[in-house]
Design a protein around this ligand. Structure first.
Ligand code: 13P
Length: 330
């Protein structure tokens, strides 16, 4: 049995990254509907089977984050998803939060829920084959936002989640996402990202979370998607690395970025540009959802005749991101 620290290192090393396929039933259903697929439990299962059976996925993917529903489903060959992943050398993860809900006293801001009963669920997920977990908090940039209230409520929940996971034997992926929505500048995103990460690591320390047995999954520092001033790739890379260097303890094994609505190519370019900056204490990798699986979903559209083409589309994104990582060692 690997220790939590070993699992954390496995997730972020050897040039590989993490694939996020843990969309909630609601989100996955809308993604399926957007490509003309009926949002049934079976179609969600088939789509996840397409992902995990993609040939050679384990060359570039170290772990796949699954949703609760998927963890309880089987592939057509009868294997559970964690069993199928174990066979190809990929770790199974589980999203354990139950979603972001409106925060009382903070209009337009949300707090992520899911702490009640989490200790018991962590035990169950371990028995079902998961070795790591994910919890996502969201922060909105706007006039007077994010508020201290929303930042503190969310980092508190993230830290309690991380502590419960480590106690129960799962490596926590801690995901504070500063959203791209809005017209804010790169500098504003950097300032908010720094403040959120600083507050997060204070809280993680308070809750006695072991930094060497967790993964940080932050946003990249980008301008808001409605901003007319979009920074160059090199500026995003530098702004992101500077924010991380100021806030992330060196004992954290890895930083695995979310894609957050960036196009697949742009997310990959940003990741590649960061590898060329100065020596960093942590591995920098990907934990993309949309930027990895978007093209595959768009190719598949529920058509069995497009199965192989869709897997090829996923494979291409995974290989491109692994190659972007390798730019560091060049
Ligand atoms: P995106 O890469 O699509 O932002 O998803 C990553 C994720 O896991 C969100 O929680």
């Amino acid at each position: 049995m690997s220790t939590l620290t070993e699992v954390a290192h496995t997730l972020v090393s050897n040039g590989r990254g993490i694939l996020a396929a843990d969309e909630s039933i609601g989100t996955m259903s809308s993604r399926l509907e957007s490509v003309g697929v009926e949002p049934t439990e079976e179609n969600r299962r088939v789509y996840r089977e397409l992902i995990v059976t993609t040939p050679k996925l384990s060359d570039s993917v170290s772990g796949i984050i699954l949703a609760d529903e998927t963890l309880r489903q089987n592939l057509s060959n009868g294997q559970t998803f964690p069993e199928a992943l174990a066979d190809i050398g990929v770790l199974a993860g589980i999203k354990v939060d139950t979603g972001a809900k409106p925060l009382a006293g903070a209009p337009n801001e949300k707090v992520t829920e899911g702490l009640d009963g989490l200790r018991e669920r962590v035990g169950e997920y371990r028995r079902l084959g998961a070795t790591f977990a994910k919890w996502r908090a969201v922060f909105t940039i706007g006039a007077g936002l994010p508020t201290n209230r929303a930042v503190r409520a969310n980092v508190h929940a993230l830290a309690r989640y991380a502590g419960l996971c480590q106690e129960g034997g799962l490596v926590p992926i801690v995901e504070p996402e500063v959203l791209m929505d809005g017209g804010h500048s790169l500098a504003q995103c950097q300032q908010v990202t720094r403040a959120v990460l600083r507050s997060l690591f204070d809280e993680l320390a308070l809750m006695r979370v072991d930094f060497d047995s967790m993964i940080l999954k932050p946003n990249m520092v980008v301008a808001g998607k409605d901003s007319s001033e979009q920074p160059a790739v090199a500026e995003v890379a530098q702004a992101t690395v500077d924010a991380l260097r100021d806030t992330v303890p060196p004992t954290v094994p890895g930083v695995a970025f979310l894609s957050g609505g960036q196009s697949p190519e742009v997310a990959t370019n940003h990741l590649g540009a960061m590898q060329n900056l100065d020596q960093l204490p942590w591995e920098l990798t990907y934990s993309f959802g949309r930027a990895l699986v978007g093209p595959a979903l768009d190719t598949w559209r529920g058509n069995h005749g497009k199965w192989d083409a869709a897997q090829k589309a996923l494979s291409e994104r995974a290989v491109a991101n692994a190659a972007a990582r390798a730019e560091s060692k060049g």
